[in-house]
Design a protein around this ligand. Sequence first.
Ligand code: SF4
Length: 220
Amino acid sequence: MRIYSTVYDDLFRVYGDLHWWPADSKDEVVIGAVLTQNTSWKNVEKAIERLREKGLNSLAAISKCDVKDLAETIRPSGFYNQKAERLIALSKALMERFGGIDSIHDLETAVSFFSPIKGIGQETLDSILLYALDLPVFVMDKYTARFLDRCYGIRGGDIKKDVEGEIKDVERLKNLHAMIVQISKDHCKKVPECDGCPLNTKCEYYGRERRQNAFLHDKD
Ligand code: SF4
């Protein structure tokens, strides 16, 4: 059974194409992927807006930026000193080696460049590979693990590898992650809001909860 295609279709019926990632350029995707660590997207948006106002929303501009100026500009994103240092280091290395993000085309080159860079963990790396470089990888995060576990009973194993084995199309991989983020914000939160969730008729967790409640109700 192609379970991840089923997940995709179920979510697509609810959300359609979300056209993610919210950025004006590939450079902004990379910048946003670093800024979003340990903070909400709202704060990242504020930081990116400030970068735009100062003309610092490109890797070329950031590579030449003073660390204090950059830290002050991205202050809304939190951990701004550390993020400023990391963004400058990443931008300098990328500009020196490739002259710009558009010169990176294949997965092997991209992984070997980004992986050793301080502050680029797996999720950040995958976000850059998928949304900035259009490479076919799946972005796995804690929301995805929680949603797939609850709704489809998918747990353990290598989910990222399994999704990539089943879904090869880059646009579908982009939208799958976007739709999972969306349902995690809308309904499948830490404490799930199942009533009104568009997937509750097929959700394993919800079905279990309902059966349990009915059983307890019968015993009363
Ligand atoms: S029904 Fe509840 S547990 Fe299932 S996907 Fe929706 S919010 Fe998550």
